[in-house]
Design a protein around this ligand. Structure first.
Ligand SMILES: O=C(O)CCC(=O)C(=O)O
Length: 290
């Protein structure tokens, strides 16, 4: 099966009411929502990156994962922090937003949405790829093991800048396991090819070329990743991975990082650590109002 390098004809953004967004999401496994963040918030979020990756945490709390540190890690790696919302109020104001939660819940047909984890991604020129993967491959520690992701770009994107790319329709393929190499793989499509072969499907890659402030919501099974930044501009993103408001911990399976928030003999999730962003009952985790 031939790999399809993107055809350089990115999808046109949608500016449509919810039902059409949902139809597009169900058909393609992702949907583009332009103007999701205003310019002021985009600028505010950009201004947090250097501080975050230098370990200057506004709230005094370290994020759950801090995968690239100034002076310690190679400049060739895409920089990633997970759960920056605990460390930074600007990032929190984006990834814990009620509108973000409302759209996530609506697209997945859940009663509500709660944050699973966020990602802050910083891809300067010259940095390497993130391997193509399915987000739900990493979620066997929650029940139901389902996810939707809101990926937001803080820069205008371009194909050569290593923007996110989606494999259209791949949310209907089987769920594969975690990929062999997530950070800086030599071949970012390695595991994707095997999955396409099992699904007996063509690989239809769509690079997301959009304006800063655009959000893309993708299904937890949609294959996606990003190739090296061979352009001259930086590419920064803020990402909210959401799960159902009904999600609980799996009684046996664990996540090395996130199962640390599980109480003994109790699978319920504490809203302090996994806040509910939006619920059709009107509930929103009260601590978010601050
Ligand atoms: O922004 C990227 O390069 C990839 C992000 C990603 O993997 C995700 O949002 O799940």
């Amino acid at each position: 099966m031939p790999d399809q390098r993107p055809d350089q004809r990115p999808d046109q953004p949608d500016q449509q009411p919810d039902q059409l967004q949902k139809a597009r999401f169900e058909q393609d496994g992702f949907v583009i929502v332009p103007d999701f963040l205003d310019a002021r918030l985009v600028a505010a979020a950009r201004s947090r990156f250097e501080k975050l990756f230098a370990g200057e945490f506004e709230t005094g709390i370290q994020p759950d994962e801090w995968n690239w540190r100034e002076g310690r890690d190679s400049d060739l790696l895409t920089r990633q922090i997970c759960n920056a919302w605990k460390s930074d109020q600007t990032i929190a104001s984006i990834v814990l937003g009620s509108e973000l939660g409302r759209i996530c819940a609506g697209l997945r047909g859940w009663p509500g949405a709660r944050i699973n984890q966020d990602n802050v991604i910083w891809k300067p020129p010259g940095t390497k790829a993130l391997g193509f993967h399915q987000d739900e491959s990493y979620q066997n520690w929650i029940v139901p093991s389902e996810m939707i992701t809101c990926w937001i770009t803080l820069d205008d994107t371009a194909v050569e800048q290593g923007t996110i790319e989606y494999v259209r329709g791949s949310h209907r393929w089987h769920l594969a396991g975690p990929i062999q190499q997530f950070h800086a793989p030599d071949d970012p499509l390695h595991d994707l090819r095997a999955a396409a072969s099992v699904a007996d499907a063509r690989i239809d890659i769509v690079p997301i070329v959009v304006k800063a402030g655009t959000a893309v919501f993708h299904h937890g099974r949609t294959w996606h990743g990003s190739r090296p930044n061979t352009g001259s501009g930086v590419r920064r993103s803020v990402v909210a991975h959401c799960m159902s408001s009904d999600a609980t911990f799996h009684p046996i399976n664990t996540s090395p990082v996130y199962s640390r928030y599980k109480r003994a003999d109790d699978c319920q999730m504490d809203e302090s650590f996994f806040p509910i962003l939006w619920h059709n009952s009107g509930h929103r985790t009260p601590s978010l109002s601050g």
